[in-house]
Design a protein. Structure first.
Length: 320
């Protein structure tokens, strides 16, 4: 695998844009190398490659254009203007994995009437953002892969725009970062995957807008899901969460709506709570004190066990 670097600002398909006069393709990596490379063609088929990347420089989607990129996208720079910026009327689909590894932003969605579609995994391992959407309600971000945050930054800062959705699983493994951070919009961002975090951080942080967590989800044993509502609305209507871990929703401001959503604790050790809000939780049916038992066992949560009425035992240990 060879890294082919840009030699100047220009179109992707122009050999003069690249050192050695070779347009990147195949099992190679393209590096913007401090220049601005315009994606005048789709990076698919024979034009596809292993990865496009940059520490400095950008890749530009032309105005009124839809582009498709079938390779991985990685940004290791410091610019918050975005390695790839989608202005008004510019659309991009990326089928490979997308990652941000430093303090800059990999994608910035800041115009009207544009759509960013990411079908591969999205990860932020730096102090910046993998995706930053900061404009109006017509900026649509669709993610079909998993979203992860492993550093102090934000994997995805989004507005709640009608049509925006995340269908993969969302996770955060850092105490001071967020996987999803909503900061505006009057539409609804829909989330249908599993949501989890470790090390005490918030996997979801709502400041404004509406996030609708819906569909069938699971939270594994000894796994946390910490959500903070600083504003906006978290809507759990339509959620069916099978919880074996620890779900905590902290509402400092804004709205928590459960509606017909169901949180079901699967094991006695599972916990689910809303701080400054209301969350209805159901669990396995426990025996009542008037039910019968054999032996001296107790049932239910160890902190508040249920001890049903003793039933007599026969000579071989069974009931009589």
């Amino acid at each position: 695998m060879t890294t082919i670097t840009a030699a100047g600002t220009g179109d992707w398909s122009n050999v003069a844009t690249w050192n050695g006069g070779v347009v990147p393709a195949g099992a190679n990596v393209a590096d913007a190398n401090g220049f601005n490379v315009t994606l005048d063609v789709d990076l698919t088929g024979g034009s596809s490659l292993t990865r496009i990347q940059a520490t400095t420089g950008t890749y530009i989607v032309p105005a009124a254009t839809t582009r498709t990129v079938t390779c991985d996208v990685t940004y290791n720079g410091t610019s918050t203007a975005g390695m790839i910026s989608l202005g008004t009327g510019r659309n991009l689909t990326v089928t490979g994995a997308s990652s941000n590894t430093s303090s800059g932003y990999c994608y910035v969605v800041n115009g009207a009437g544009n759509t960013l579609t990411l079908t591969g995994a999205v990860n932020n391992s730096g102090s910046g953002r993998a995706v930053s959407s900061t404009g109006g309600n017509s900026q649509i971000v669709i993610v079909n892969g998993d979203v992860g945050n492993t550093s102090t930054g934000i994997a995805m800062l989004l507005v709640s725009a009608a049509g925006s959705s995340i269908t993969g699983n969302v996770s955060s493994s850092i105490s001071s970062g967020n996987a999803i951070y909503t900061n505006g919009g009057t539409g609804t961002l829909t989330l249908t995957g599993n949501v989890s975090c470790t090390n005490g951080g918030n996997v979801l942080n709502l400041v404004a807008g509406t996030l609708n967590w819906t569909g069938a989800s699971t939270l594994a044993a000894s796994t946390d899901c910490s959500i903070q509502i600083n504003g906006g609305t978290l809507n759990l209507t339509g959620l069916s969460l099978a919880n074996s871990g620890n779900l905590a929703i902290r509402k400092l401001s804004g709205t928590l709506t459960q509606g017909t959503g169901v949180v079901t604790n699967q094991i006695a050790a599972a916990q689910a709570v809303a701080i400054n809000g209301t969350l209805t939780v159901v669990g396995p049916t426990l025996p009542a004190a008037t039910d019968v038992r054999i032996g001296s066992a107790t049932y239910g949560n160890p902190a508040s066990p249920v001890t049903p009425t003793m039933q007599g035992e026969g000579p071989f240990g069974g009931p009589f």
